[in-house]
Structure formats: C-alpha cells, structure tokens
Design a protein around this ligand. Structure first.
Ligand code: TYD
Length: 218
C-alpha cells in the first residue's frame, strides 16, 4: 500500500515596518528567490489576505471604523487576522507551503498599542487567542526614518489620492511606530531581524536572503 508522506510544515515569514519601507517589493523578491530554490510560496498581506478579511480591511482603512475608537479597531484587525490564519495561513503551512505575509500581529502591537494607546495586555491577549500556534518563524523589520518612509509612501500614492487611515497620522506617531518595532526586535531577537530599508532594493533583498539562508537553512 502506498503511504503518503506528510508534508514538512512550511515556514512563516512576516514583514513589518512603517509606511513606505518597501515591504511589498521585498516580499516579491524573496518569494521569487525561494521559488527558484524549489519551494512553494504563498504571498499574502494584512489586514486582509482572505475574502472576508479583505472586507474588514476596506472598512478599517476607509477610516469608517475610526469613530468606534482604537480598542474596537484592534478587535477588527484581530477578527480579520483570525479568518486569515484559519482559512489561509495555517492550511498553507500544513501543506508545506512557505507563507510570506506583509504585516501580521506585530502591526497591532505597534500601531494600536504603542502608538494608539490600547492596553498592551489587550493586544497581546488577542494575539495569543487569534494566532495560537501559527507564530512567525522569522520577522523582518524594515527600518527607515519616518520622514523618509512617509515621503516614499506619498510619492507612491501620487498627488491625486488621499492618504489612508494610518498614513494620515502625524510624523510623531510614525516615529513612535518605528521605536515600537525596534523594541520588539530587542525583546525577541531570535524571531526578528532588523533590516536597514534605506538602501537600494537589490541590496536590501540580498541582506534579507542572507538571513533566510542563515536562520531557516534554505
Ligand atoms: P497598507 O495600505 O497595506 O499599508 P502598508 O503598505 O504600510 O502596509 O495599510 C495597512 C495599514 O494598516 C498600515 O497603515 C498599518 C495598519 N495596520 C494596523 O494599524 N494594525 C494592524 O494590525 C495591521 C495588520 C495593519
């Protein structure tokens, strides 16, 4: 009788950082390199990543949820995250797929708690419930002075479009977001790697690829 060998669990890599840090470019470049190495890769993002979570994304980023308060926003991000984890990330990892995700639970810690003022115990409690065993194996924190990131994000958006809910926050808040990420990296050095995002995309990509090779042996 043919025995089907269970697939080895894939690896879960998240990308975090402030606005304009170049996360989506770097995810594409890393995904291409991992596919060349023979891996199956799923590229996804938060908030969103599953059809129902994308609906919650639209509601939050339009600014419609803002009057409900930042505590409600952290519940909404986590509701979206739960659907994404259960329906996309966890099944992919079980099937042996490597998942690259643009933002994940660290974004809630930093944007809603460190910068937004929601009790960190609430954010961490929700994270434990929602993420469960589906923790990232590796998190890249793309680090950039807030001023440079915001200028990049507004150039990318173009003059006609308005800033989304979080891009429209003050420079001071974006500095606070940067500091929040650096504090997470200090607290969890085994999971996190801080990358200087102020270089050429190709240089940033090779720094990321080197760390994936060192830490995840691929
Ligand atoms: P997006 O357009 O995807 O921005 P970026 O390119 O910066 O990732 O918008 C996502 C926004 O949502 C971003 O400003 C960060 C914010 N966010 C939170 O505040 N909390 C969260 O838990 C997540 C996942 C995102």
């Amino acid at each position: 009788m043919a025995s089907s060998k269970p697939a080895r669990r894939g690896r879960f890599i998240t990308f975090e950082g402030g606005e304009g840090a170049g996360k989506s470019t770097q995810i594409k470049l890393l995904a291409a390199s991992l596919r060349e190495a023979g891996l199956t890769v799923d590229e996804t993002r938060e908030p969103g990543g599953s059809p129902r979570a994308e609906l919650i994304r639209k509601f939050i980023l339009s600014g419609e949820a803002k009057p409900m308060g930042v505590a409600t926003e952290v519940f909404l991000f986590n509701a979206a995250r739960y659907d994404h984890v259960v329906n996309r990330i966890a099944p992919a990892l079980s099937a042996g797929t490597w998942v690259l995700c643009d933002r994940f639970a660290d974004s809630s810690r930093v944007y809603q708690s460190v910068a937004g003022g929601v009790d960190m115990a609430l954010a961490r409690g929700l994270e434990t419930l929602v993420v469960g065993e589906t923790r990232p194996d590796l998190t890249f924190i793309l680090d950039l002075p807030a001023e440079i990131g915001l200028a990049r994000a507004s150039a990318r958006r173009g003059a006609s479009d308005t800033a989304d809910r979080f891009e429209a926050e003050s420079l001071a808040m974006h500095e606070c977001i940067r500091a929040g990420y650096l504090a997470i990296a200090e607290e969890e050095p085994a999971r996190c790697a801080v990358i200087d995002a102020n270089g050429e995309p190709a240089e940033v990509a090779s720094a990321i690829r080197r760390i994936v090779a060192e830490r995840l042996k691929v």
